[in-house]
Write a protein that binds this ligand. Structure first.
Ligand SMILES: *Cc1c(COP(=O)(O)O)cnc(C)c1O
Length: 377
């Protein structure tokens, strides 16, 4: 892959899009091509097989179905396509991304059991079991693997087991863990997982996918079709018959994804996880030096996102901190917690410990400018 001129590198500590390599950026610069050409169909085919491999899917049982759009498109697809007539979806909801699954169900008028739990902790599995015992109309259970809004990592294996014990299909929103944490979908009891190119694979925004069971997709052919553009079976069927997306794919984004997948394998599943774990440790170290606290217990964190409590002394100004860091190449993100001022540091992309250490040098300067002495008392 040729890099004509290196592009200014920004360290994105927001929850996606993530920092990408120049080789992924330049992979988009290709001769114009009609995506209906065999050359492009072959790329799609390769990418679909690779996306199954990333989550250790079985190519005989699992398939990848791609959609044009940000991550939410594939949340939409799975919720609207996998619930049979007169059946319900149950969402184990302890954060804003699970809440989005609930909203999607409501938007399509799909009966939804919304099992709400506090966003600062893990869901109560006993309550999940009881809800499934009590309502035999639930056909689909869905939750978020990693609540990107808080950094909580949910016990998908246990929730998936309960779903299966009750004869339900299990959907895990793995958008912010796919390609970051090692995931074996069968071991984790996941029937459908998903992701989006701009997250863990560190490619470009514009294409998202699910990896799921072929049998379940085929079964869903008889379920109510609630969307035209975003129907799982229709898209799968087109891929199987013609080898491509039903409608125009984001052509250049697909080339970037192809390159990002190559770079994923070049680094390797475990080395990537270990690199990101070291970044996460560096985040905690930097916080400690400044005197900042995390909202979520370290033991239940994904190692990908840390939600930080803002100091409560009236001097803290998120926008001042943000702007100071942004001007120096580091992007941070506000929190998503109700009633508590927080901000987030996310380590999803192609970044290193050194980037985190460099960030904290800048962050300390910004805190001093806000009038703090460090460590903050
Ligand atoms: C990013 C993300 C999404 C999708 O968000 P988009 O803005 O549509 O890309 C969904 N679920 C989780 C857990 C995410 O992190």
């Amino acid at each position: 892959m040729e890099v004509v001129k290196s592009v200014k590198r920004n360290v994105l500590l927001n929850p996606g899009p993530a920092t990408t390599t120049d080789t992924v950026k330049y992979a988009q610069v290709v001769p114009d091509i009609c995506p209906r050409e065999k050359e492009f169909v072959d790329i799609m085919d390769e990418i679909r097989r690779e996306l199954v491999k990333v989550v250790h899917g079985d190519p005989k049982k699992h398939t990848a179905v791609l959609f044009a759009g940000s991550g939410t498109v594939v949340q939409d697809v799975l919720v609207n396509s996998l619930v049979p007539e007169n059946k319900k979806i149950c969402v184990v909801n302890n954060g804003s991304y699970s809440a989005r699954l609930v909203e999607i169900a409501q938007h399509y008028h799909i009966p939804c059991v919304d099992l709400k739990f506090p966003s600062t902790g893990l869901p109560d599995l006993k309550a999940v079991g009881q809800a499934l015992d009590n309502d035999r109309d639930i056909a689909v259970v869905a939750t978020t693997h990693h609540e990107t809004g808080t950094g909580v990592l949910n016990p998908v294996r246990e929730i998936g087991k309960m779903a299966h014990d009750h004869g339900c299909v299990f959907i895990a929103d793995t958008i912010s863990t796919y390609g970051l944490l090692p995931i074996d979908m069968e071991k984790e009891n996941i029937d459908f997982c998903m992701s989006s190119a701009q997250k863990g694979l560190a490619a470009m925004t514009g294409v998202s996918w699910t990896v799921g069971g072929i049998d379940e997709i085929v079964k869903s052919k008889t379920y109510p079709t609630r969307s035209y553009y975003c129907n799982l079976f229709m898209q799968y069927d087109f891929f199987e018959r013609v080898g491509e997306m039903h409608f125009t794919p984001p052509v250049q984004t697909i080339y970037a994804l192809q390159q990002a997948i190559r770079e994923y394998w070049q680094e390797g599943e475990m080395p990537r996880y270990e690199r990101l774990s070291r970044c996460w440790e560096a985040v905690h170290k930097g916080m400690q030096e400044i005197g900042l606290e995390s909202v979520i217990d370290k033991k239940i964190q994904s190692k990908l996102v840390v939600t930080i409590k803002a100091p409560k002394d009236g001097k803290f100004d998120f926008f001042k901190l943000h702007d100071y860091c942004y001007e120096r190449g580091f992007t941070i993100y506000p929190g998503k917690m109700f009633g508590l001022e927080t901000f987030r540091l996310c380590n999803l992309g192609v970044i290193t410990c050194k980037d985190i250490e460099d960030f904290f040098v800048i962050a300390k300067e910004a805190f001093r400018k806000m009038g703090y002495s460090i460590p903050i008392a």
